[in-house]
Write a protein that binds this ligand. Structure first.
Ligand code: SF4
Length: 330
């Protein structure tokens, strides 16, 4: 049977976004836990969800990772990994006080924002941190310079901003925001503070921007866009919003294929599919299989960027891996 015969023409199709799924920071964080488990053995403690994805967390738990909310839940002297979202300096201090062996899996692009915060605080700037209140990354970044940083949670929050010196103000941002909404927030801030400085380079990371960009490209053609990702994943939630803003008739966030409701597909011809930066591609493949069973077997991948960035594992882990390899060689 030819391929054309194997896939009957139904007029139904899937537009599959590329780039989607794992970014370099998530890949590194997940590998950090896996390598630590191999090297030190279970259990390995992880402060907060290593990345915001249910499936990833459950898979690592099955391998022997124990997820905790705070350092005080980790037995003294044990190994703890800090998540990709970053931590405030006081979290490192707490770990030292409990003699924990800390491995920091903070994404280097989040660390870059921490450096910016420290640098502008040292120059006595007021720092306007655009981000979502309560998000772990924002808590970590704000903890670098609490006396200098105030949170701006979206365009509506701009009117609440007060600064000491309007000539010495800079904005920074969470890495996983909506690009368009952040531009709007900055535009409003600049109306109030014309001398507001911008970060030295974009804080919204390449992975967030690329995933939003490709979704914008496909959204207008889609009757529904399905984003694979967890509810506490900021960049995944943003993808649904971006899809709707860019013209998708409907948008839904699912952790797993079985959460897709048949009613979402009723009357649909084109379904867009993408995934957040913390989502392994096997979950997307399961969504594609689920859609194929419902007549959406024609999958067209739309590519708008080629991502090749990778990050090396945290220094402290690499050092121990090297030592273990040397010991094994005798
Ligand atoms: S989404 Fe961006 S900042 Fe967050 S872990 Fe991935 S690369 Fe790093």
């Amino acid at each position: 049977m030819s391929e054309a015969e194997a896939t009957p023409k139904t007029g139904k199709r899937v537009l599959l976004a590329n780039p989607r799924g794992y970014c370099a920071g998530v890949d590194r964080a997940v590998q950090t836990v896996e390598e630590a488990l191999k090297l030190y053995g279970a259990p390995i403690y992880v402060r907060k969800q290593i990345v915001h994805n249910k499936h990833v967390v459950q898979t690592l738990e099955a391998q022997g990772a124990i997820f905790v909310e705070e350092n005080e839940e980790v037995p003294e002297g044990a190994t703890v990994i800090f998540s990709a979202h970053g931590v405030a300096p006081e979290v490192h201090e707490q770990a030292r006080a409990r003699s924990l062996k800390a491995i920091d899996a903070t994404c280097p692009l989040v660390t870059k924002v921490h450096h910016e915060a420290r640098r502008f605080a040292a120059d006595d700037y007021d720092i306007l941190l655009i981000g979502h209140e309560g998000h772990e990354e924002v808590i970590g970044t704000a903890g670098e310079a609490p006396a200098h940083i105030q949170l701006v949670d979206g365009p509506e929050d701009v009117e609440n901003v007060t600064v000491r010196d309007p000539e010495k103000v800079v904005w920074l941002s969470q890495t996983t925001l909506s690009v368009d909404e952040t531009l709007e927030t900055v535009a409003r801030l600049k109306k109030r503070l014309p001398l507001l400085q911008s970060p030295p380079s974009d804080d919204i990371c390449y992975a967030t921007s690329n995933r939003q960009h490709v979704v914008k490209e496909i959204a207008a053609e889609c009757d529904v866009v399905i984003v694979v990702g967890s509810r506490n994943s900021s960049n995944s939630v943003r993808l649904v919003e971006v899809a709707l803003d860019a013209g998708a008739r409907a948008g839904h966030l699912v952790d797993f294929a079985h959460e897709i409701e048949d009613a979402w597909l009723t009357g649909a011809d084109t379904v867009g599919v993408t995934s957040g930066a913390s989502v392994p591609d096997e979950l997307v493949q399961q969504v594609l299989a689920h859609l194929a069973e419902r007549g959406f077997a024609d999958v067209q991948e739309i590519t708008t960027a080629d991502e090749r960035l990778t990050f090396s594992l945290p220094q402290e882990l690499k050092r121990d891996m090297k030592a273990a390899a040397a010991a094994a060689r005798g």
